[in-house]
Design a protein around this ligand. Structure first.
Ligand code: AVI
Length: 322
């Protein structure tokens, strides 16, 4: 019989609270929008397109490292593990590992329930030997897997967090997430994570401001999402995409810059005035040195790690363990 993937929903959706926070942050002197709002259907499509752009090197560089060094990485992973894909999306990245690693279980963690169920159902069909479980959760807020992992106490967890999404967290939040993963890892668990590295400014800034304007559209689309969520009335043509590398904090900062002096209704009777040149912060994308990130891993409680990179040292893949 075909196994239907089990789905656990730990997501506590409090739209009122989320909306209040979103509105509050837009009303503050330094306005900002949480990057999670990028990813509605259109935003996800634009992001897929970004990943295929010439200028956007992270996706293909990581894929090249993982395929080049795949055998070596797989040899360092325990077999029969519980493979936990953080932000699994369509599970296409995990799929490549299933035959190599032969996990007992695939735990896909993602925020979109329907999509998650479909993705896992497809894996369950192609890999009938792997138990597929979906966990609907916003793991950037909380990652609670203890009960699930303890169902298979002898199968060590392997956390798979590719794509350099760790870079989108402020450093303290990144450290908090790594600590949490470390707790779940226990003695024998591992973390396989992709991290984008520091490189010349021109390459970084081109990756976040491509010629075709896909990243600009991705950034501006967040205003459509906010309009829908809050019944706000942002006019996209009043804002311009901006992406600069902040050398001191070693991160790309994406903003939307107001092109005119104007008011924007934010719903619930709130109005925000924007001066010409005033901006909304929409994303950080931190770029680490390999030493920097290694230090962060040990601060999170991982005592050993392996490291793989490409020839140009543009991207790093770390395998960390207790
Ligand atoms: C998802 N994340 C790793 C991307 C990044 O590179 O920080 C998001 C992105 N923003 C603009 N382009 C891509």
């Amino acid at each position: 019989a075909l196994a239907v993937p089990r789905l656990e929903n730990t997501l506590v959706e409090d739209h009122t609270r989320e909306h209040q926070l979103l509105r509050q942050r837009l009303l503050q002197p330094a306005a900002r929008i949480d990057s999670k709002y990028f990813y509605d259907d259109i935003g996800c499509e634009l992001f897929t397109h970004i990943c295929e752009l010439d200028e956007y090197y992270p996706t293909r560089t990581e894929a090249a490292i993982l395929s080049h060094c795949g055998a070596e990485i797989a040899a360092a992973l325990p077999s029969g593990a519980q493979w936990i894909d953080l932000g699994c999306g369509d599970c296409s990245k995990s799929r490549k590992w299933l035959d190599k690693v032969q996990p007992s279980r695939l735990v896909g963690v993602d925020i979109a329930a329907d999509f998650l169920q479909h993705s896992l159902a497809r894996i369950a069909i192609s890999h009938p030997g792997v138990e597929c479980i979906g966990v609907v959760s916003d793991f950037t807020q909380s990652l609670e897997l203890r009960d699930l992992l303890s169902e298979q106490p002898l199968a060590p967890p392997v956390f798979f967090y590719p794509g350099s999404s760790i870079g989108n967290f402020a450093r303290p939040d990144a450290l908090r997430l790594l600590r949490r993963i470390r707790q779940h890892c226990g003695e024998h668990g591992k973390l396989l994570i992709g991290v984008d590295l520091v490189k010349p400014r021109a390459i970084l800034e081109a990756a976040y401001d491509d010629r075709e304007g896909v990243t600009a559209a991705f950034n501006l689309n967040v205003l459509n999402v906010v309009n829908r969520e809050l019944r706000a009335d942002f006019q996209l043509e009043n804002f311009k995409h901006d992406a600069v590398f902040n050398q001191r904090d070693s991160r790309i900062e994406m903003r939307l810059v107001s092109q005119t002096d104007h008011d924007v209704g934010l719903g619930a009777g709130s109005v925000r005035h924007f001066d010409q040149g005033e901006s909304i912060l929409t994303e950080y994308s931190h770029k680490y040195t390999s030493a920097d990130f290694a230090a962060m891993l040990s601060e999170a409680g991982f005592t050993r790690h392996h490291y793989w990179s490409d020839e140009q040292h543009w991207f790093g893949v770390f395998l960390a363990q207790a």
